[in-house]
Design a protein around this ligand. Structure first.
Ligand SMILES: O=C(O)[C@H](O)[C@@H](O)[C@H](O)[C@H](O)COP(=O)(O)O
Ligand code: SF4
Length: 608
């Protein structure tokens, strides 16, 4: 067995030590939950009758309380192409549960926002906090205390983090995430972006742009770029919370159907009364969280997880920070190039060997914790194999080599020696920059700042030709306390045009970018944010700003006396439409991006 890489061991040990008190608090919660929360004796006859009144043919079994009743928490809606297939999952899960003498009921639904629908719109200001709303909705669903197991139906950006944050508070229950898979490949992502840049330059019209977008996003399933949604799927694999390698099998296929059936059967056999009890709160431990960070680095995953993973970890009593991310990034090689880090999409990635290949390669090199509690039969070894149907029966087989060296490489010959997620720090604060999709010649940008308080003003300046130069575009008052920390992905085509024209361009913001953003160097999640006094608020047009991913620094090159004498300008008024005013509570209580930007966890921990 290969020795664990010393950096992985060191960072894991540091996280265990840092988390000891709150993790002990959390594990005590699980123990209490197991004693009190894993049977329905505590419910009154009235409670029980209400719960199984409409359960139809399952009523006799539910009434006895003798078998596992699975609580389904579903994020189904028709807005997310990724979640549209979930409409029929509850029936399939109920059928599969009956096959093994168990039952299933929909415990509740959670809202799910499609960032693709809200990108560049007012709704995007609700995106990050929809994660905590999902966590609260998951808790409401599971608070019915009728369940001995949980099936979570969610895939996209904030939905998996929110479902996990909520379900972890019921961590005494065995829990499986059941994915639905990516849509088949449509128009290539690079071609989609080419048309977008032509539109940004006024060279094609809206009809051609809509035609191109519709050819890319054309059916049911997750979008095929490697953004936050597909990074979620990757993380669930390296944390062992899916059936092995279930992530990237397309919807509507027999293999997908069999994986959903197998997940339900598996859930019924890891319950509290069996000899293979696998509660969620024991599956999600420090090693599983470190595995998720490793997976992000090995595959060039979404920067959004520099915010979501700290929140998921805190919900399990575990504390991680961006220094952990940066040290792991330095030790873990980049093994996959999936758009925006390459030209192929997640379907090509899966066909090349996908997560099975990645996990086996990392395990064989001592770059993943093998000994974690997964939902499968064994440890993480099971996840280094890929699912196939042989005579209609579900099997898992080895993936000995990459089937496409342009997409997937071994640890012995990676695309780059490190994972490409850099921590930058300096007199502007702390932030992250993903460089796996950025030309190394552009990892250091030193240029005059152009300062904005709104991404639409950036686009107006671009269209007016005011940015045709080397420039550090600064967009501030975009943090969680200011306006909910939207993604500023709408800037990507315009900044890409400036870069293609040969200008040295970088973005600096206390906001976020999409996991699908790529080639322009972007120093994001800058903390502390402008609202409340973060130094990004001191920047003025023309200040020289230096962003350097090589040295891990981000500085305003302004003399100290001038800098210290500056004040922070007044913040724009808080958002007030599209329901954004309802989230003022969340903005007021959110904590730092590096801690997860979570109003609900910040409030919860003050009571510990
Ligand atoms: O973090 C992410 O992965 C993004 O939020 C993604 O989910 C979002 O939908 C993008 O906006 C899609 O990309 P386009 O907007 O380029 O279609
Ligand atoms: S990947 Fe993004 S755009 Fe695609 S369905 Fe999910 S949230 Fe929407």
């Amino acid at each position: 067995m290969t020795e664990l890489h010393p950096t992985i061991a060191k960072v894991t040990e540091r996280i265990v030590k840092r988390s000891a008190r709150q993790r002990r608090h959390y594990l005590d919660l699980i123990e209490r939950g197991r004693e009190a929360g894993t049977n329905r004796d505590q419910l009154s006859c009235g409670n029980l009758a209400h719960a199984f009144a409409a359960s139809g043919e399952d009523k006799p079994v539910i009434r006895t309380g003798a078998a596992m009743n699975i609580g389904i928490v579903t994020a189904y809606n028709d807005m997310l192409s990724a979640h549209q297939p979930y409409g029929r999952y509850p029936e399939a899960i109920k059928l599969a549960a009956r096959e093994v003498g168990a039952t299933a009921q929909v415990a509740g639904g959670v809202p799910a926002m499609c960032d693709g629908v809200t990108q560049g719109q007012a709704g995007m200001d609700l995106s990050l906090f929809s994660r905590d709303t999902i966590a609260l909705s998951t808790a409401v669903s599971l608070s019915h205390a009728m369940f001995e197991g949980v099936a979570l139906l969610g895939i996209c950006d904030k939905i998996v983090p929110g479902l996990l944050m909520g379900a972890l508070r019921f961590g005494h229950l065995p829990t499986i995430l059941i994915p639905a898979g990516p849509m088949p490949s449509g128009l290539a992502n690079k071609e989609k972006v080419r048309i977008r840049q032509l539109y940004a330059e006024g060279k094609v019209g809206k009809d051609e742009l809509l035609e191109s977008e519709s050819a890319s996003y054309h059916g049911a399933g997750t979008c095929t770029f490697y953004g936050t949604a597909n990074s979620n799927q990757m993380m669930m694999e390296v944390m062992g919370l899916h059936m092995p390698a279930a992530a990237f099998v397309n919807p509507g296929t027999k293999l997908r159907q069999e994986l959903t059936r197998a997940a339900t059967h598996r859930l019924a056999s890891i319950g509290w009364n069996g000899d293979d009890y696998r509660p969620l709160g024991h599956c999600v431990d420090e090693k599983a969280i470190v595995n998720a960070i490793i997976g992000l680095m090995a595959t060039g995953g979404s920067t959004n997880h520099a915010i979501h993973l700290p929140a998921i970890a805190r919900a399990a009593g575990i504390s991680i920070d961006w220094t952990d991310f940066a040290e792991i990034s330095d030790a873990v090689p980049l093994l996959a190039r999936v758009y925006p880090n390459g030209s192929g999409d997640v379907n090509h990635f899966h066909a090349a060997g996908g997560m099975s290949y990645i996990i086996r390669e990392l395990l064989d090199s001592g770059l993943l914790h093998r000994d974690i509690m997964t939902v499968a039969r064994g440890d993480l070894t099971d996840y280094g194999k890929e699912p196939v149907l042989e005579n209609d029966a579900l099997q898992w087989r080895d993936v000995p080599a990459s089937r496409d060296y342009n997409m997937l490489r071994p640890v012995a010959n990676p695309f780059s020696a490190d994972g490409g997620m850099k921590l930058l720090a300096g007199n502007l604060g702390r932030c992250v920059m993903k460089v796996s999709a950025v030309d190394p010649a552009l990892w250091t940008i030193e240029a005059p700042a152009a300062v904005f308080h709104d991404q639409d003003d950036v686009l107006r300046a671009f269209k007016a030709g005011e940015l045709e130069r080397d420039v550090v575009v600064v967009v501030r008052f975009q943090g969680p306390k200011a306006n909910g920390m939207p993604e500023l992905h709408k800037l990507t085509p315009a900044l890409g045009v400036l870069q293609d024209r040969g200008f040295k361009v970088a973005l600096v913001t206390d906001g976020r970018m999409s996991g699908a953003s790529g080639k322009v160097p972007a120093a994001i999640h800058l903390s502390p944010e402008a609202l409340g006094g973060g130094p990004i608020g001191k920047l003025r047009d023309g200040d020289l700003v230096r962003v350097c991913a090589q040295s891990g620094t981000i500085d305003a090159l302004v003399d100290a006396a001038t800098w210290d004498a500056r004040d922070i300008p007044a913040a724009p008024p808080p958002p007030y439409d599209t329901g954004r005013e309802l989230f003022a509570l969340f903005r007021h209580h959110s904590d730092l991006a590096e801690q997860g930007a979570s109003p609900i966890l910040a409030a919860m921990e003050t009571e510990l």
